[in-house]
Design a protein around this ligand. Structure first.
Ligand SMILES: Nc1ncnc2c1ncn2[C@@H]1O[C@H](COP(=O)(O)OP(=O)(O)OP(=O)(O)O)[C@@H](O)[C@H]1O
Length: 298
């Protein structure tokens, strides 16, 4: 898959604080790429460098596979902090002002951007009458002006109520389906898991992991089972080469295998043929939360 962005060994310090340490990430075209990390992990520093607001101490980055593309910023819409819209003006008039100040887009783009963020029927209403989610959708609309191919969003659901959060998450997914590449910083595991196709995790400026959400969360298969014959099962598991570990919960247990090593049907048959009857068998995907704590604790 073609990459929209590649970074090579980017480092940045603020005095004694190493905010980024040799960051190497690749963002595939058309992905929704989450930059995940706790407060102070280097997310905003990363976005600021990628948008040329801040210079890295060392390292390089390349947008659109073309290091000589001097117009690349025109193809990137950004939402780094909430824009100051005029409360007494409509969505359309606010975006006209944004367009005039930024020089991005034209009249037709404004209507298109408003339609893309689902504010078409409210475009003549005053900004002050909008819900929080609508206000943030308009901010994303402003980032879309000029028909940006890429959106860079810093914590796009910060400060929103639950309804607003759902609105923004759905909008980001829709824009991804329409072919936009979206790079978003977030400290919410759940958000990244629900919205992103790819992600990386930063901690103290170090990259812990990067790649497709599905692959990272699927490098182990977990089977949740119940049986009355636990002792025999434990004995049997030691004979399976791809068995990793067994975690005993209250009434059931979780069995970890290397990825794609045994299907649930094969495991069930293997148990049955060895005299062990399973009263429950279910496949579990590791949550991003489990993976995150596993990575950050190591
Ligand atoms: N202008 C600055 N001067 C000094 N230190 C800074 C500056 N900006 C950031 N830092 C430090 O660099 C580190 C990374 O900060 P950064 O804002 O990039 O992290 P973040 O992951 O975006 O955090 P948050 O989620 O809180 O926004 C932190 O330790 C922060 O205190």
């Amino acid at each position: 898959m073609e990459n929209i962005l590649t970074t090579t060994n980017i480092s940045k310090s603020y005095g004694p604080v190493k905010a980024l340490n040799n960051l190497n990430i690749e963002v595939p075209k058309g992905s929704i790429f989450g930059i995940l990390g706790p407060n102070g992990s280097g997310k905003t520093t990363t976005l600021s460098i990628l948008l040329d607001v801040l210079k890295p101490d060392t390292g390089t980055y390349c947008w659109f596979n073309n290091p000589n593309d001097i117009y690349y910023r025109k193809k990137i819409g950004t939402l780094l902090e909430t824009p100051n819209f005029y409360h007494y003006l409509s969505a359309k008039d606010n975006l006209k002002i944004t367009e005039a100040i930024s020089g991005r887009g034209n009249e037709a783009d404004i209507d298109k951007a408003i339609a893309m963020v689902g504010l078409h029927t409210r475009k003549h209403d005053k900004f002050s009458t909008y819900s929080l989610g609508m206000k943030q959708r308009l901010a994303i609309g402003a980032a879309l002006l000029g028909n940006a191919d890429v959106l860079v969003l810093d914590e796009p659901t910060n400060g929103l109520d639950p309804v607003g959060i759902v609105e923004i998450r759905n909008l980001i997914k829709q824009l991804g389906e329409q072919g936009k590449t979206i790079i978003m910083a977030s400290h919410l595991l759940d958000e990244v898991e629900k919205v992103c196709t790819h992600f990386c995790i930063l901690k103290h400026g170090n990259l812990l992991i990067s790649g497709p959400v599905k692959e990272i969360l699927r490098n182990e298969d977990i089977l949740v089972i119940e049986t009355e014959n636990m002792a025999a099962l434990q004995q049997l598991l030691t004979t399976l080469p791809h068995f990793i570990e067994l975690k005993q919960q209250k009434s059931f247990c979780e069995i970890y295998f290397k990825s794609n090593s045994i299907s649930p049907a094969e495991f069930n048959a293997y148990c049955f043929n060895n005299g062990i009857v399973l009263s429950h068998l279910e496949v579990k995907t590791k949550s991003l939360e489990e993976k995150f704590f596993e990575l950050t604790e190591n």
